[in-house]
Design a protein around this ligand. Structure first.
Ligand SMILES: [Fe+2]
Length: 287
């Protein structure tokens, strides 16, 4: 029994293709997806179609991530609050490229699951935590300890942090497969996990794979995302190429500069010039 666990694809269809090909080459027929299928990278429909196609041929479990929640909430709340530009242009682009089938899919998948397979221990899985889609359960953090303390099984499989690894605490275990689409560390190689069921136990194996990143860089040009979210695209491309994510740091600095100069900083109304300066301060070159 082997299950491929994939999280945080973020529309990276080239990375997803590589991971799925690898998993299928190992004879895997069970797939667990932990959410954040879309956003930040061009052509979200390409990843979604790959997932629909896979689910017709193999057993797939799907969980909703915070990015899917953003999309469904934006639709429910009358499409207000996002504009083009580096704060929300990428979200808006993604939203405009989703289909009714995608929205139905996001609506119908659960936020969390408890999976029981005969002869193997049950385990829990979610995107951020079992309580909050956006909670970060970083390895060794107090949040992760609390999450494991109140877990009803011995194993929690979750994503969202984009950092691959295992955390053991009080005889329980948190397994994070990392991110397929915007992975941190390992030089930006696409990450996922395979959990192997042997003798009634689960053992995790972590995978990192190189993939055609130039294909994704070119997609930023052809899709128009470079223009719709200029500095955000620079940051995501930097993360894709290096495995280092500076988005939070740069956004915080851009907002700080905006506040200092204008007296206020209201997301998503942060002028591009502050993003540009914040990116330059970090020494990030524009790809
Ligand atoms: Fe997430």
């Amino acid at each position: 029994m082997k299950i491929a666990v994939l999280s945080d694809i973020h529309s990276n269809y080239a990375a997803l293709e590589e991971c799925l090909e690898y998993a299928l080459s190992k004879g895997i027929e069970y797939f667990l997806f932990l959410g954040d299928y879309i956003s930040d990278i061009p052509y979200p429909q390409r990843s979604m179609l790959m997932l629909y196609d896979l689910s017709e041929k193999y057993k797939c479990w799907f969980i909703r991530g915070n990015r899917e929640e953003y999309m469904t909430d934006y639709r429910l709340n009358g499409e207000k609050g996002w504009i083009n530009g580096s704060c929300s242009g990428s979200l808006l682009y993604t939203y405009n490229n989703l289909t009714n089938r995608d929205f139905e899919f996001f609506k119908n998948i659960p936020n969390k699951l408890s999976i029981s397979i005969p002869e193997y221990p049950s385990f829990n899985c979610c995107h951020g935590s079992m309580n909050f889609t956006r909670e970060l359960l970083n390895i060794n953090s107090e949040n992760a300890k609390k999450a494991l303390e109140c877990l009803e099984t011995d194993t929690l499989i979750c994503g969202h942090t984009h950092v691959q690894g295992t955390f053991e605490y009080m005889g329980k275990r948190l397994i994070n497969p990392g991110s397929v689409g915007i992975p941190w560390y390992y030089d930006g190689k696409a990450q996922f996990a395979i959990i192997h069921g042997t003798k009634g136990e689960w053992h995790e194996e972590y995978i990192q794979l190189d993939y055609d990143r130039d294909k994704i860089l070119k997609a930023y040009e052809t899709s128009g995302l470079n223009e719709l979210a200029p500095m955000w695209s620079v940051l995501i491309k930097e993360a894709i190429m290096t495995g280092r994510d500076s988005t939070y740091k740069v956004l915080a600095r851009a907002m700080e500069m905006c506040r200092e100069e204008t007296g206020e900083a209201n997301w998503p109304y942060i002028p591009e010039k502050y993003w540009e300066t914040a990116i330059a301060e970090q020494g990030i070159s524009k790809i």
